[in-house]
Design a protein around this ligand. Structure first.
Ligand SMILES: Cc1ncc(COP(=O)(O)O)c(C=O)c1O
Length: 336
């Protein structure tokens, strides 16, 4: 793999593959997944992190070798910011709920981030009194605006733009304009609002399905909008959503297993949720072409999947090898 430098980083973000999930497709309903773990730091969040940092650079708020980027994150945004920012010459501090997987925290440390832990639920909650991670990140950064910069993915328009300018156009091109339904899980709402706004501008008939997690969930990266307020970024364009699907932990894990046994894919829990949503819609239509975002893969979830009985360690390592990964890699998203 080529070492990441500030000049080739942009070329490696985005342009992720779309594959057909042939074992699920039928004559009339076809299933496709956009594999976001092909981004250099392993998830859909590389796009938002890169766009937010570049926007801040253009606004002149970041200074090389001086600025510290601080952000509340349940994992992927933190990993993306840590990897991209250090490649570009900035320090990173991430405020993270202690329940986040050991592997995620390990990756963050290996990418050079300082970690602050809170006792939040899995996702930093948005809303008064429940937003410990967000509040802590604000408390650390506010008194030192000369050093700290908090992108705040929950409000930052560059998070929307990342998907409006990259994910949406890529899907439209890769599907040659032929899709009927688009599915993605929702955290900040950046992926769904950015991608869907672009897709609907091309074809207003494309149906947009938002996937949220059940209450009290285990699906890292997703959110339940009854227990956590909708972020401002999502509220601004929530009208792009045509239908909602609430995924349970159990059905998401079942789909993670099916994607492994039928498609030999080692996906993260939220891709299981998206797959469950696609199959649910497929039952109600005569024909369609569905595209779902598979936001990350299973490389951060070894202990999590063992703990929740999704894969035992032998199955997990076999899947890793089958997907071309080495089981003993310390940090799957290193700098080179
Ligand atoms: C693991 C993970 N991270 C992030 C996202 C999307 O997040 P956002 O709504 O913040 O763009 C998803 C959506 O599926 C996800 O599964």
């Amino acid at each position: 793999m080529t070492a990441l430098t500030s000049s080739n980083l942009i070329e490696r973000i985005g342009n992720t593959p779309v594959i057909e999930l042939k074992s699920f497709s039928t004559k009339n309903v076809r299933f496709y997944a956009k594999l976001e773990w092909y981004n250099p730091y392993g998830s859909v969040k590389d796009r938002a992190a890169y766009w937010m940092i570049k926007h801040a650079e253009r606004e002149g708020v970041l200074k090389k070798d001086k600025s510290i980027i601080i952000e509340p994150s349940s994992g992927n945004t933190g990993i993306a910011l840590a990897g991209i920012a250090s490649t570009l010459g900035y320090k990173v501090e991430i405020v993270i709920p202690e329940k986040v997987s050991i592997e995620t925290k390990d990756i963050l440390r290996r990418l050079g981030a300082t970690i602050h832990e809170t006792s939040d639920d899995l996702c930093p909650r948005v809303g008064a009194g429940t937003d410990q991670s967000i509040a802590l990140a604000k408390a650390i950064s506010k008194p030192r605006p000369d050093i700290y910069y908090m992108p705040n993915q929950y409000e930052n328009e560059a998070n929307f733009m990342a998907h409006y300018e990259s994910t949406g156009p890529e899907i439209w091109k890769q599907m040659t304009g032929r899709l009927t339904h688009f599915f993605t899980g929702c955290g900040t709402g950046g992926t769904i609002t950015g991608t869907a706004t672009y897709l609907k501008e091309q074809d207003s008939n494309v149906k947009i399905i938002a996937v949220q997690a059940q209450k009290n969930h285990l699906l890292q990266g997703l959110r339940n909008f009854e227990e956590s307020a909708m972020p401002d970024l999502f509220i601004r364009r929530q009208q792009v959503v045509d239908a909602w699907f609430t995924a349970t932990n159990d059905e998401s894990f079942r789909m993670v297993k099916e994607l492994a046994s039928q498609e030999n894919l080692l996906v993260g829990p939220s891709s299981g949720a998206v797959m469950a949503s696609m199959l649910n819609v497929a039952k109600k239509i005569d024909s369609g072409i569905m595209v779902g975002i598979f936001a990350d893969d299973g490389r951060k979830f070894k202990s999590f999947y063992a703990e929740h009985g999704v894969f035992n360690l032998t199955e997990y390592e076999r899947l890793l090898r089958n997907n071309g990964y080495l089981p003993d890699t310390d940090c799957p998203y290193s700098h080179n």
